[in-house]
Design a protein around this ligand. Structure first.
Ligand code: NCD
Length: 306
């Protein structure tokens, strides 16, 4: 039995296979419409979500399976003080696979050690968000043909943004990747990622504060929201929240084929006028999230090999 805690749990070859499967699922949905018949996905979400939870549920439904779950800690027995390990022991007897989101770093990992069904980390605190990374990699491969030879700008809350942490971890395994880390001083990428991931893998990167300065060099601009819920005080959040606003004027500085990604939800960091720019790919990215999660569920449940 396999869990998914980090994007590194799959080799790059396995990721290619997963993305090939997602392509086939996108192009031939009818082939897979009963693949998970009789199987159940539990979505255990202790933190708010729209895309991740609903795309998991849509993915399972597209495969002919069923879904059950909860969408907030308040509506689960966590509100009564139940531990994640007790919850997953019980869910293991109700469902065949579980996607879990939790505000505490490592909670899905703890769950996986007490589970008899595959557990997928659907976001743990400011740590990792592997299925968003699968979505991001799949979007890049679908729109650019391959993953590699790219200068990627990561912009916004690089300190608390778990999507950024997972994406850096995953991308350093590809050829000729360069990063431009665009953030205010207070929201820089954590030191452990700079040292243990970027430096250790000899990945070229620069840290800049001004988006305008970075724009002309980028093949991909990955915008992120300032993670309000992870700030210790509201004042700091208010000071930081509108630090970056991508608008049409700034888009003029970018390459003609640059791609703008964002895990969503967006707050103010991308002006709505950018939505009609052909380089804006964030809504397509959200759509690709369904196909790659279908491929993931199918793979972890090993339904293809039955
Ligand atoms: C992200 C998350 O939850 O980390 N959202 C998502 O899953 N698409 C990004 C965010 O909340 O800013």
């Amino acid at each position: 039995m396999r869990h998914l805690m980090s994007p590194l749990d799959f080799s790059t070859e396995e990721l290619e296979t997963l993305m090939d499967l997602a392509d086939d699922m996108k192009d031939h949905p009818e082939k897979y419409s009963e693949s998970c018949h009789g199987k159940k996905l539990a979505t255990c979400f202790y933190e708010p979500s729209t895309r991740t939870r609903l795309s998991f549920e849509a993915a399972m439904m597209n495969l002919g399976g069923n879904v059950l779950g909860f969408s907030s800690a308040d509506s689960s027995s966590a509100a009564k003080g139940e531990s994640v390990s007790d919850t997953i022991r019980v869910i293991s007897s109700y469902a065949d696979i579980c996607a879990m989101r939790h505000p505490k770093e490592g909670a899905p990992l703890v769950a996986s050690t007490h589970s008899t069904i595959p557990v997928i980390n659907a976001g743990d605190g400011g740590h990792q968000h592997p299925t968003q990374t699968l979505t991001d990699l799949y979007t890049i491969r679908s729109l650019q043909g391959s993953i590699g030879n790219l200068t990627i700008g990561l912009c916004g809350d690089l300190k608390f943004g778990r999507t950024v942490h997972s994406l850096i971890n995953a991308l350093v395994r590809y050829e000729n990747i360069k990063f431009v880390l665009i953030s205010p001083e207070e929201l820089r990428v954590p030191e452990y990622i700079r040292e243990d991931v970027l430096d250790k893998n000899n990945i070229p990167y620069v840290e800049v504060e001004r988006l305008e300065e970075a724009m002309p060099k980028l093949d991909i601009l990955y915008m992120t929201r300032v993670q309000r819920e992870r700030f210790f005080n509201e004042e700091d959040y208010l000071r930081m929240k509108d630090f970056y606003i991508l608008n049409s004027e700034k888009m003029e500085l970018a390459k003609e084929n640059m791609m703008v990604l964002h895990p969503l939800p967006r707050v103010n960091e991308i002006s709505v006028e950018v939505d009609n720019d052909p380089r804006a790919a964030y809504f397509k990215q959200a759509q690709y999230g369904v196909y790659i999660r279908m491929a993931l569920i199918y793979t972890l449940l090993e339904v293809g090999t039955c």
